[in-house]
Design a protein around this ligand. Structure first.
Ligand SMILES: Nc1ncnc2c1ncn2[C@@H]1O[C@H](COP(=O)(O)OP(=O)(O)OP(=O)(O)O)[C@@H](O)[C@H]1O
Ligand SMILES: [Mg+2]
Length: 390
């Protein structure tokens, strides 16, 4: 039977030799690298079991684990064991959320760790032997590793807010995913209009705790959308407060939200400031909303050039959604295709009849999972969302 590939990630020399003393006599060679070597080596080693130890900061360990998970992909996710010198409940919770299988505090739990490792190795070997596929996840969404999907455009009024809110509601209604919608139009807001809520609480309420932000803080500040019950982090709608929010705040916020939800949907303003930029940087998918007219195309070009100059890599992440399509549109999608480099993933028609009355009443475009009559736009978005949920 093949050896189980085990990797030890350890920056502390003393701990490393201590662990080697325990592991080598039993398992022979144990591949050991430092945390800074992980990014370079993980592909080559492709371990089945990874033993992580405390990094310099808790955050850096979490980032590293998330990186490894991304790199290795779903098919053969390794078993993660985390060894820490401190009984840190918050860190433990964060680690469990991102999918770490076991957590031991050294030196007290060394014996438990070794015992558990032995059993894990047996299980991995068994799985290898019977060529069992890894267990499929029971839910449509992978827990604890939320995806960030943002809606952006370089031109206003194209439907970012309408589509991002509707997209988030639809995911919440059509899947088991936990969904958070964030309005990052910090000065003016806007999403509350389409969600039928008053923004009593907002992102600004997280500022006092932003340096130690955790999932509980987020859960305490979010509001609920009445119908779909998705969570909302609304805009403070205040220019002065908006000014105090920095890109570091936003990065911290988004990473925390990513751990707390399966899906985080963001509505972005058109101005490319550090906040918009960092939100785009954090996004797995950027939906660029495009209307069919010359100004929209020229803004799209400006945006893509700017992102290139800022060295942001959007390849494979940027997806174009054509919106407000109708017979009187200045351009056709065929015209547009000549000018854009990113794929068009959806085309939504102008649906004034379906959309406007609901907006006027302050009601969302989706309310229940099984609705008989929904606006044409809601149907089109539903169709697109279902392709995304697979
Ligand atoms: N497919 C559509 N069918 C009908 N109306 C639409 C459609 N898409 C957007 N609209 C309308 O266009 C207007 C602007 O939409 P929205 O506020 O979502 O745009 P935005 O890109 O967020 O604009 P802003 O730059 O102001 O943030 C709204 O009144 C909305 O009802
Ligand atoms: Mg908007």
């Amino acid at each position: 039977m093949e050896q189980v590939k085990m990797l030890l990630v350890c920056d502390n020399k003393q701990l490393k030799s201590q662990l080697h003393e325990e592991l080598l006599p039993v398992y022979g060679q144990v591949e050991t690298i430092t945390s800074s070597e992980v990014r370079k080596e993980i592909d080559r080693i492709s371990p089945q079991i990874i033993i992580m130890t405390d990094g310099e900061k808790d955050e850096s360990s979490i980032e590293l684990i998330e990186y490894i998970q991304d790199e290795i992909g779903d098919a053969e996710l390794p078993v993660f064991i985390y060894l820490s010198h401190k009984a840190n409940f918050q860190l433990l919770r964060d680690l469990i959320r991102i999918g770490v299988n076991d957590f031991f505090v050294l030196p007290e739990e060394l014996a438990n760790f070794l015992e558990r490792l032995e059993r894990i190795i047996l299980t991995v070997k068994e799985r290898q032997h019977s060529e069992l596929q890894p267990l499929p996840s029971s839910q449509a969404m992978k827990k604890g590793k939320g995806e960030i999907i943002s809606f952006y455009s370089g031109k206003g009024g194209v439907g970012r807010t309408l589509l991002s809110t509707l997209f988030a509601q639809t995911i919440k209604l059509e899947s088991t995913a936990s969904v958070l919608f964030i309005d990052l139009n910090l000065q003016y807001g806007g999403a509350e209009k389409y969600l039928g809520v008053e923004s009593a609480r907002s992102i600004a309420d997280l500022l006092p705790v932003i340096d130690e932000l955790n999932e509980n803080h987020v859960h305490n500040v979010v509001m609920k959308e009445t119908y779909s019950k998705m969570d909302l982090l609304l805009s403070p709608r205040d220019a002065e407060i908006a000014e105090t929010i920095t890109e570091e705040h936003i990065v911290r916020l988004l990473r925390t939200c990513r751990r707390a939800y399966d899906m985080v949907v963001i509505d972005l303003p058109i101005n490319m400031d550090p906040i918009t930029f960092s939100a785009l940087e954090e996004s797995e998918v950027i939906h660029y909303v495009l209307s069919l007219d010359t100004p929209a195309i020229s803004n799209y070009k400006q945006v893509t050039n700017l992102l290139k100059r800022l060295q942001m890599d959007t390849e494979g992440r940027m997806k174009v959604i054509v919106n407000r399509m109708d017979r009187s549109s200045e351009l056709t999608t065929a015209d547009v295709k000549e000018f854009i480099v990113d794929p068009i993933v959806a085309k939504f028609k102008e649906d004034r009849k379906g959309v406007q009355p609901l907006i006027n009443k302050g009601e969302p475009l989706r309310k229940e999972t099984k609705e008989k009559k929904i606006p044409t736009l809601s149907k089109q978005v539903r169709k697109y969302v279902l392709t995304q949920l697979k």
